[in-house]
Write a protein that binds this ligand. Structure first.
Ligand code: DC
Length: 242
């Protein structure tokens, strides 16, 4: 594994003053991927959405009929899998291309079934441990924006800039519902909301590296803000640091 995306360089900021490693954490639907992708393109950094790793492991487990709580089987499985994360290979709305053992699973990892099981799979210590080193190896390549749940707290505790995006469950579910509709997935809103709340609960209460802001993270409240407004907020933060 894993490549990421190298976007366009930007003249927005003085490059010398820019943070080289940026961690973006937050709950499902907070806008991490969209913001990280846009920011990476502007700064010419690698963008790495770590959630796709947990999703790919979950998809592989479901296909093998493994229960999300089957610790020994998951531990063995995660060691065998080959997951690659590449810049988009098709222009079909994807931000990254995800390859699982030679198969393009970019959309297969975004089904409601994977959504429903991914938090339980990612709570397994063996899964987290195996993926931790892989994430750090990607970050060692230099200018990087890494998005996830535990990037600022565990994966890159020395990141130059740590952002924690948040919004109410209702707003995040609304965004998720719109995103799913754009992919032809129709689910009743209460179901999307319940799923978001369920994942919030598992992600923030698991024993190992639970979802929470790092002590030195900057909290960005994205409630009611569109992408441009969130980017403007982050630009202002980067400007203050320059
Ligand atoms: O960001 P996402 O919704 O694609 O992430 C899917 C799941 O993966 C999320 O519910 C918890 C897990 N995850 C994690 O535990 N740690 C990360 N750094 C990223 C994702």
């Amino acid at each position: 594994m894993a490549d990421g995306r190298v976007g366009h360089s930007s003249d927005v900021h003085d490059r010398k003053a820019l943070p080289r490693t940026i961690a973006i954490d937050g709950p499902a639907g907070a806008g991490k991927s969209t913001i990280a992708d846009a920011l990476a393109q502007r700064l010419g950094y690698l963008y790495f959405d770590t959630g796709v790793l947990y999703r790919a492991v979950t998809l592989a487990a479901l296909r093998r009929g493994l229960a999300p709580g089957d610790h020994p089987s998951l531990a063995a499985l995660v060691e065998q899998l080959h997951i690659d994360v590449l810049p988009p290979t098709l222009q079909d709305g994807r931000g990254l291309t995800v390859i699982l053992d030679d198969e393009d699973v970019t959309w297969a990892i975004r089904t409601p079934e994977v959504d429903h099981n991914v938090s339980a799979v990612s709570a397994q210590p063996a899964v987290r441990q195996a993926l931790l080193q892989r994430q750090r190896a990607v970050a060692a390549r230099g200018g990087i924006i890494m998005a996830g749940r535990d990037i600022g707290t565990v994966v890159l505790p020395d990141a130059d800039l740590k952002l924690y995006l948040e919004a109410t469950p209702e707003e995040r579910a609304q965004r998720r519902a719109v995103e799913e509709q754009s992919r032809g997935l129709e689910r009743p809103f209460p179901e999307v909301l319940a799923e978001i709340e369920r994942r919030d609960d598992i992600d923030s209460h698991r024993a190992l590296s639970p979802l929470r802001p790092a002590a030195d993270a900057i909290i960005v409240d994205t409630e009611g803000l569109d992408i441009d407004a969130v980017l403007a907020t982050i630009d202002a933060l980067l400007g203050q640091r320059a």
